[in-house]
Write a protein that binds this ligand. Structure first.
Ligand code: GDP
Ligand code: IMO
Ligand code: MG
Length: 427
């Protein structure tokens, strides 16, 4: 029986990870974020009520589960405190269940200013970031001068680190980017107040997870973004600044490879991407419009329209192999219910090897396989054999192309709109 399950997005994010984390969180002891930050927008729909989570793990609406934020997550205290109070206003107890690693890099106002300034400077080549300061916060970490949550609780320690940093970035903002600089004293005061508010929730997340694993507790790791947005393995430089792939669990929590029993890859039945960058199977036609409309494809964090296209089985096969994916959860199949034809990209023409970056990705011409649509509702079906035959063969073909089974099928945004063929926790 699997005790530790990792959820990873297998495309460019927004595959429906939040919904599936919420589904699987029942009976789980901890749900853990390990990378990314509040660039994530994970949607949960329970009895018609929609909740969008950004940094708080998607187990928060399941009463028993502890919610842990590992050291790999970049934390904006301002956004996190707002998220906590938003949930509390709905009567959800957050503070007693939330544990955050003191080693998390902190996102402050200057990171957002830098994110915006860099995007502006990139002009037509802009990445289309969420503007949340994610890249600049990870930069600070990798350069080794970043402020971590632990630094916010001791005034002198914070001043010693933050004041010279703000001096440097203010110079950059004013003299290189020609933008307004920030008032050092107010940023420091704000940071100290954030530290005070968050300090009761700071805890040794790694140690807690070690103890839980040793006790045989159930742990669910919640990835953010998707494998094709991974800083190393994605469509660089049109990616996010973290390892969104399975290795992020180890570096972002301090767990070991054999602490993982099952990896669930979340895959939309088609593909979407928000922001700039290569997207070989993107559609600019009525089918793409229908996906956007039927799938309500607007960003959960920024509200931007998502670009839509056919499912890319070549990229998916690569992602399955690189992440050790045990099984897939295919989401939003219902969005394709009205389509008369459904296509799958089964080969890349124009490149000899799997693309390594945007330049190579832009040379890809997708080779498609056409499948008949099922023109019938897949919503509410609870047995694979009850699915329309054409939908079943679409699923069979995806499994054959990528080499792993579809263990869960999601057929609607609601928590209970699923067919679970095999429970990742083995229950
Ligand atoms: P995440 O970032 O991977 O958690 O995904 P998002 O929440 O950003 O986007 C997924 C969207 O699709 C949300 O609005 C979900 O409510 C919705 N959704 C999830 N699964 C399904 C499904 O099977 N069918 C439909 N129609 N919508 C779904
Ligand atoms: P979830 O967890 C979809 C995209 C941005 C941009 C790129 C870099 O909800 O799936 P960043 O702000 O991270 O520096 O932006 O990554 N991006 C996402 N796209 N879903 C997300 O998260 C995303 N998080 C970042 O649109 O293209
Ligand atoms: Mg999302």
């Amino acid at each position: 029986m699997a005790k530790s399950v990792v959820i990873v997005g297998t495309q460019w994010g927004d595959e429906g990870k939040g919904k599936i984390v919420d589904l699987l969180a029942h009976g789980v002891d901890a749900v853990v974020r390990f990378q990314g930050g509040h660039n994530a927008g994970h949607t949960l729909v329970i009895d018609g009520h929609k909740t969008v989570l950004h940094v708080i793990p998607s187990g928060v609406l399941t009463p028993r589960a502890k919610c842990l934020v590992g050291n790999g997550v970049v934390v904006s205290p301002q956004s996190l405190l707002k998220e906590i109070s938003g949930l509390e206003a709905q009567g959800v107890d957050v503070r007693s269940r939330l544990g955050i690693s003191p080693a998390c890099p902190v996102i402050l106002r200057y990171h957002e200013a830098l994110d915006a300034a860099r995007e502006y400077k990139r002009g037509k080549g802009a990445i289309g970031t969420t503007g949340r300061g994610i890249g600049p916060a990870y930069e600070d970490k990798i350069v080794r001068h970043g402020v971590r949550l632990a630094d916010l609780i001791t005034e002198q320690r914070l001043r010693d680190k933050l004041e010279p940093l703000l001096d440097y970035y203010n110079f950059l903002l004013a003299h290189y980017y020609a933008q307004d600089s920030l008032d050092v004293a107010s940023v420091v005061d704000e940071a100290l107040a954030f530290g005070e508010a968050l300090s009761p929730m700071l805890t040794d997340v790694t140690g807690q997870l070690h103890d839980m694993r040793d006790r045989g507790d159930k742990i669910l790791y919640e990835g953010a973004q998707g494998a094709l947005l991974d800083i190393d393995h994605g469509t660089y430089p049109f990616v996010t600044s973290s390892n969104t792939t399975v290795g992020g669990v180890m570096t972002g929590t301090g767990m070991a490879p054999d602490d993982i029993d099952y990896v669930l890859g979340i895959t939309k039945a088609y593909a979407t991407r928000v922001g700039g960058g290569p997207f070989p199977t993107e559609l600019h036609d009525a089918n793409g419009d229908a996906m956007a409309e039927r799938g309500h494809e607007f960003g959960s964090t920024t509200g931007r329209p998502r670009r839509c296209g056919w499912l890319d089985a070549v990229a998916l096969r690569r992602v399955v192999r690189s992440n050790g994916i045990t099984g897939l959860c295919l989401t939003k199949l219902d969005v394709l219910d009205t389509f008369s034809e459904v296509k799958l990209c089964v080969e890349y023409a124009g490149v000899d090897e799997f693309p390594v970056g945007a330049e190579e990705w832009n040379r890809v011409t997708p080779v498609y396989e056409s499948h008949p649509g099922w023109s019938g509702s897949t919503q509410g079906i609870t047995d694979r054999t009850d699915l329309p035959e054409a939908a079943r063969s679409y699923l069979d073909r995806i499994e054959a192309l990528v080499g792993v089974p579809i263990d869960i099928l999601s057929t609607g945004p609601e928590r209970d709109a699923n067919i679970v063929f095999r429970d990742p926790f083995g229950a």
